[in-house]
Design a protein around this ligand. Structure first.
Ligand code: PKZ
Length: 286
């Protein structure tokens, strides 16, 4: 129902645009955009839908989930729009990745689920796609940004220059309820000379812990981040950000996190994050 509502929305408003016009609002009257933005959010809210970027671009599929949270939410995954270009997945390798980053990516990629002779062999790891709008996780990367704050970009994906700021890819281990992020810190993230800014480290920790909390509990917001910086991270280096579920308690999900050197020998940062499950309407005052 929600999918057909969105498909109608797109047909009615003709909001499909070539990629280079992404972010443009010229074609859609502002009043209509606001109205439709609220319709989208109300739709999500009313149907108790939970976003699932993990499913990527798959047919619509609703299944009961989140027993751990004790709430009756359903997963919404959405088929790809037939009328737009493929979305950019920011967590795929690009030329700015160092050989070390590429090797680590290849290592975890080799441990991911694969399809052989038509059979899906489920490996414990799964690479998560990454987009430049959080809303795109609801659609497997397709663009809802025409209707809600068109110029907004996910903080960690807000530059088009590969390697300049956050280069990262997250692999999720469903069995262990943990994930590992391979993170290469670009030159725009300088804090102390030659080293990564503490706020940038907090940002990647928030993103990684927030991602696994979202996977486990649906839409959440960070309520508390507790960070201990143990040793500085050199600009341009590659580190591992490992996160795992510590516990869930009602609407609360507690996630632990360690940032280490790529070989695991040096601890850079330790953190915990508390995430509270929200209704999407919480973000829009409904
Ligand atoms: C499918 C997935 C694929 C992956 C797909 C990923 C997509 C995505 C990727 C990007 C990932 C980015 C991740 C960034 C995430 C942000 O950066 S979020 C932005 C920063 N955070 C905020 O702005 C939050 C601001 N705060 C708030 O809105 C509200 O305070 C909150 C957090 C929603 C909680 O408010 P509330 O809903 O009214 O809940 P409230 O009743 O106050 O508290 C509920 C419980 O939590 C406790 N609590 C609340 N706050 C605290 C606190 N600070 N300390 C301790 N306890 C607390 C309360 O004591 C209460 O406990 P109990 O009494 O139930 O035991």
């Amino acid at each position: 129902m929600y999918a057909s509502h969105l498909a109608n929305l797109h047909r009615q408003t003709n909001i499909q645009e070539p990629r280079h016009l992404e972010g443009s609002i010229a074609k859609v009257p502002v009043g209509m955009m606001i109205r439709q933005g609220f319709q989208v959010v109300r739709g999500l809210h009313r149907h108790g839908m939970k976003w699932s970027g993990l499913a990527g671009r798959q047919p619509i599929n609703r299944v009961p989930v989140s027993q751990s949270m004790g709430v009756g939410v359903r997963v919404l995954t959405m088929s790809s729009w037939p009328f737009s270009s493929p979305p950019r997945d920011y967590s795929l390798p690009n030329d700015s990745w160092s050989p070390e980053m590429r090797n680590l990516y290849d290592h975890y990629n080799a441990l991911c689920e694969v399809e052989e002779e038509g059979q899906k062999k489920r490996g414990p790891w799964r690479r998560l796609p990454s987009y430049n709008r959080t809303l795109k996780y609801a659609t497997g990367g397709q663009c809802l940004s025409k209707v809600l704050q068109a110029k907004a970009r996910l903080f960690t994906r807000n530059t088009e220059e590969p390697g300049a700021s956050f280069e990262y890819v997250v692999f999720l281990n469903k069995q262990e309820k943990s994930c590992v992020c391979i993170f290469q810190a670009g030159h725009l993230l300088e804090g102390p000379p030659g080293h990564v800014h503490g706020g940038a480290i907090a940002t990647i920790i928030d993103s990684v812990t927030g991602t696994i909390a979202t996977y486990l509990a649906g839409p959440v917001m960070t309520a508390n981040l507790n960070i201990n910086y143990r040793s500085p991270i050199s600009l341009g280096s590659v580190v591992l950000v490992r996160s795992a579920l510590e516990k869930t308690e009602g609407r609360k999900t507690l996630i632990s996190c360690q940032v280490t050197s790529a070989d695991g020998a040096r601890l850079h940062t330790e953190a915990t994050g508390l995430f509270v499950a929200i209704n999407v309407g919480h973000l829009f005052g409904t």
